[in-house]
Design a protein around this ligand. Structure first.
Ligand code: KIV
Length: 257
């Protein structure tokens, strides 16, 4: 029913792929109707149903236990809330091991109302990216630090410090552009590398923890609202303190009854 009323709109993602903009691309995560509606009503360009869902909503240690069914559930919660922003959903861990699986997982997210999908990785996942794009589903790439690879990475790290890593990330960015992604998220890379990728690519870069030299910025909503006070990434700057507001309301409520 929801999907009959609120159709997925791939053109909202492809419209973001031009660098010819007056303002940077603004992007935030949302996982539920009220948050998505507030973001949309305030003019955000892109709403990501991120697999950070696992951490900031479901309380997991990392994103690797998020399933495609969870992503479908939260994407369909956000869809009816959005009138203008592009709604992009993450393909979760191990949901795009082959091109066939990548298409099936992407279709599930599009049927749930996503306008496009995002997935983590560089040259090694080009067959999956190409297969998804061939079905006319817009794709956003994600390179640099890859949260789904936290185990092999051995923890959260700034990427691109060694010259080998710098060159690999730059060449991955170029591969993703050639494969046809609409934009690329640069997570936690050194700012000089983010600047070089932004300069080199014709598609926009959207940074998180990668400095200011990107065509846009994305954050996990909890990191700017202070709604997950137990962990705040070093680059996140909370702009309000929702956890304190909720605590104060709970105390007032307890006293009032
Ligand atoms: O899952 C997520 O929240 C992300 C970030 C880049 C915002 O992928």
């Amino acid at each position: 029913m929801v999907n009959q009323i609120h159709q997925s709109q791939p053109s909202r993602v492809t419209a973001l792929s031009s660098k010819d903009r007056d303002t940077p691309i603004s992007a935030l995560t949302a996982y539920d109707y009220p948050t998505a509606r507030i973001l949309d009503e305030n003019g955000i360009d892109l709403i990501l149903v991120g697999d950070s869902l696992g951490m900031v909503v479901l309380g997991h240690n990392d994103t690797t236990n998020v399933t495609i069914d969870m992503m479908v559930h939260h994407t369909s919660a956000c869809r009816p809330a959005i009138n203008n922003a592009a709604l992009v959903a993450d393909l979760p861990y191990e949901s795009y091991e082959t091109p066939k699986q990548a298409i099936a997982s992407s279709n599930s997210l599009i049927q749930a109302g996503a306008d496009g999908i995002k997935l983590e990785g560089g040259s090694e996942i080009i067959p999956q990216i190409t297969a998804i794009i061939e079905t006319s589903i817009p794709v956003i790439g994600h390179i640099g630090f890859l949260p789904q690879s936290i185990e092999s990475e051995g923890g959260y790290k700034k990427k691109g410090k060694s010259s080998d890593e710098y060159s690999k990330i730059l060449s991955d960015a170029i591969c993703l552009e050639k494969a046809g992604v609409a934009a690329v998220v640069l997570e936690s890379i050194v700012s000089d590398l983010a600047a070089e990728i932004t300069e080199t690519l014709k598609i926009p870069t959207i940074g998180i923890g990668s400095g200011t030299n990107c065509d846009g910025q994305i954050r996990v909503i909890h990191d700017i609202t202070g709604n997950f006070p137990w962990f705040t990434p070093p680059f996140a700057k909370p702009l309000c303190n929702i956890a304190d507001e909720i605590s104060s309301a709970v105390k007032k409520y307890i006293r009032s009854i």
